[in-house]
Design a protein around this ligand. Structure first.
Ligand SMILES: N[C@@H](CCC(=O)N[C@@H](CS)C(=O)NCC(=O)O)C(=O)O
Length: 223
């Protein structure tokens, strides 16, 4: 049987939600973060060479990397609407958002996070110099790319209820981590269609049962 190794407040929540949505048979093993480093604890890091969450094990298989895990699980559920069929109306839209999550949104969030860390953890006067340079990086690269993505989300979610189209797909599930991280920073206050998507997914029984199994008081995803 497949085991999900779930690290609290992490990207493995996506896999928990996926498994609940599929009604799959699985075992759940939950881990707390190391209280000192806030990273995965040693027994989680020992699971896979990357030492990151999510990880699933299935017999001899140990698999990390969120979208690889999602694809592996969906391979076992070929009829699931979470992966729209080739040639179906929502196929291209689903593929776009499924890949834009790690490929565009999370990568730009990663750049923004590194810039902020460098700026706030470097002593003056180097920090002042970094601030000036990073201001340009934000203006020319980070902000336009982020705003373009948010504008596209707002438009698409104004036309259909889910990132995947008319129905929930793995695109919505894989985006959930980055979307909550962005919302926590107030990113979507002027994007009503995006905010309505959060209400929509939070109303789903699978999301609610994943939250119950996650058993954490709030959604506060961390790196
Ligand atoms: N690209 C990887 C990223 C995995 C990742 O960075 N996971 C974070 C959790 S959100 C993690 O494991 N953090 C704890 C640590 O690095 O010890 C994936 O999608 O699986």
């Amino acid at each position: 049987m497949l085991t999900l190794h779930h690290l609290e407040y992490s990207q493995s929540f996506r896999i928990l939600w996926l498994l609940e949505e599929l009604g799959a048979d699985y075992e759940l093993k939950s881990y707390n973060r190391d209280p000192e480093t806030n990273l995965a604890p040693a027994d989680y890091k020992a699971l896979s060479p990357l030492g990151t969450a999510p990880v699933v094990t299935d017999g001899d298989l140990v698999l990390a990397e969120s979208n690889a895990v999602i694809d592996y699980i969906l391979d076992g559920h070929p009829e699931s609407p979470l992966n729209p069929k080739v040639g179906s109306a929502d196929r291209a839209r689903h593929l776009f958002w499924y890949h834009a999550s790690p490929g565009s949104l999370m990568s730009i969030q990663g750049v923004a996070m590194v810039l902020n860390l460098l700026e706030t953890r470097t002593p003056w006067p180097i920090s002042a110099l970094l601030k000036a340079v990073f201001g340009q990086v934000r203006k020319l690269f980070v902000n336009p790319r982020t705003e373009a993505l948010y504008a596209m989300m707002e438009k698409d979610l104004g036309e259909k209820p889910f990132f995947g189209g008319d129905a929930l797909t793995a695109a919505d599930i894989t985006l959930v981590y980055a979307m909550y991280a962005a919302r926590a920073k107030g990113a979507f206050e002027s994007y009503p269609n995006i905010l309505a998507w959060f209400d929509r997914i939070e109303a789903l029984p699978s999301f609610q049962s994943a939250r119950a199994k996650d058993d954490r008081p709030h959604i506060d995803f961390r790196f």
